[in-house]
Ligand binder design. Sequence first.
Ligand code: AGP
Length: 609
Amino acid sequence: MCGIVAAAARREVSEILLEGLRRLEYRGYDSAGMALLDNEGNLLLHKQLGKVSELERVQALQPHYGCTGIAHTRWATHGEPSAANAHPHISGDRLALVHNGIIENHATLRDELKAAGYDFASSTDTEVIVHLLHYYLQQGLDLLEALRQAVARLEGAYAIAAVDADHPDQVVAARQGSPLVIGVGIGENFLASDQMALRQVTDRFIYLEEGDMALISPSSLQVFDQQGEAVSREQTRIDEVVESVDLGGYDHYMLKEIYEQPRALAATFSAGAGLLSDDACFGDNAADIFDRVRNVQIVACGTSYHAGMVGRYWLEELAGIPCEVEVASEFRYRKRVQHEGTLLLTISQSGETADTLAALRNAAPGEFVGSMVIANVDNSSLVRESDLVFLTRAGAEIGVASTKAFTTQLVALLMLTIALGRRGGMEPETQRELVNALQRLPDYVQETLELDTNIEALSEAFIPKHHALFLGRGIQYPIAMEGALKLKEISYIHAEAYPAGELKHGPLALVDDDMPVIAVAPGDELLEKLKSNLEEVRSRGGELFVFADRAAGFESEPRVRVLNMPHCPEAMKPVIYTVALQLLSYHVAVQKGTDVDKPRNLAKSVTVE
Ligand code: AGP
């Protein structure tokens, strides 16, 4: 999704801005742009549809240099992807501005500004901000005050950075609902929507808070709160080595990340050493909050929501704790009644998903006994704003399709189940068994990865298909949902998941020889019921792909293809079946020739509603 990088320095910054954009590329975008102020105070602009490499190409052909600048990758919300709609947007040849977020009252503001004589060069919501800023500067206000007046008119979410040719060494910024961080340098300062973009120039960061505004120059940085008071925000040093984000010999990040799972799962589990006796891995106040938890409300989006659904089975079945799970975009707008003693648990790879963040922020005072997040990105908004934090150790996930983030979220959820279960009378023997299973999980996943060639062979049958049906029962139902999501997002094959028992209540009508049916069929207690559901499919000419425990008694036969899965403890099955389905989607997508790591229309981090 959209990314911002900005710099105010004494050295030339075009390469710093471009490198920042390259580091944000994985988030998904459709166009990119950069504005620089040169030594003579000229505003120089490049904007391109397509990749950052396109922007680099025009910068090489017609170099722009300057010590102050802003740059942006855009993911279209208002107005189609085009060079005209790419940021920065300009006003009066002196001002340039980049924006992440959505301005909800842009139409009203546009009419007002047109009436005041402003011409619009794009169909974006963002352009109203730069003209508003220009309007207030024309009233004689200084740059910061003009920005304050401009953002006071905005409804919606924004992270903004702007430069003005009349203030050639300054960048001003504001945030509300979208993240923005200052990178603190020596004789230079920076801004970005994600610290990742600035790790090549600094390891010191100041995270702006809701409603903050900032002004940076090479020699100073100032932050102001919503009331306009100068404030001092905490500076964070990020020491960890920036992980290599190259392909490491794999054809795609998604495949690399699928194969990284044994290591990621082990690292995530090792963060909870001592889990059987203390709660340290969830944060300082964990014991106090957990002692008061009687229910859990999980809120998340997409793949993270599927992890939450798996978590519900564990929390209810293993820990005896009532649990609700809801997608954040619904939860945030619903009038709700909470049971007493409810923990609000958000799950998010990025920690920046707008709907999930809004769900946390909208929680009424006293509605929950506390909030906890399971996230993969340290210092993300959800991490900074939650009472308790469990960081998954998946490492950077670049592929838009979430893989290792999901399975590490499952590990975190099982660890939370153990921590809460300890209080609710979960037998010590059960706790130990779960911990042992988690310890061996990387081996089971490794065994599953070794089935890659067999899974690739199965995938060929999907190439001519336009639809697919995924079936699962019990805890494997959310795994079927996750399998369907993976297939649709990267191969563009329409896929739906159903609890297998729902088949004859409607979807069976769709089954014919053109509709592959994928069944997640570990040998659990629901196996016999699942077998009869599968018979229903077969007797209607459907083609079945059964992912089954090798001990479950499924055998391949005409129109039934069975993948024998490793045998492992019950609680580990959701993880290993997920890995197999990830590989299936991956191979289908590769053979269909889609953009596996950056599927069309999708973004890695969904920071707008
Ligand atoms: C997963 O493959 C998707 N790309 C998407 O559903 C994702 O899980 C969702 O947008 C939530 O993101 P988050 O985990 O960063 O909050």
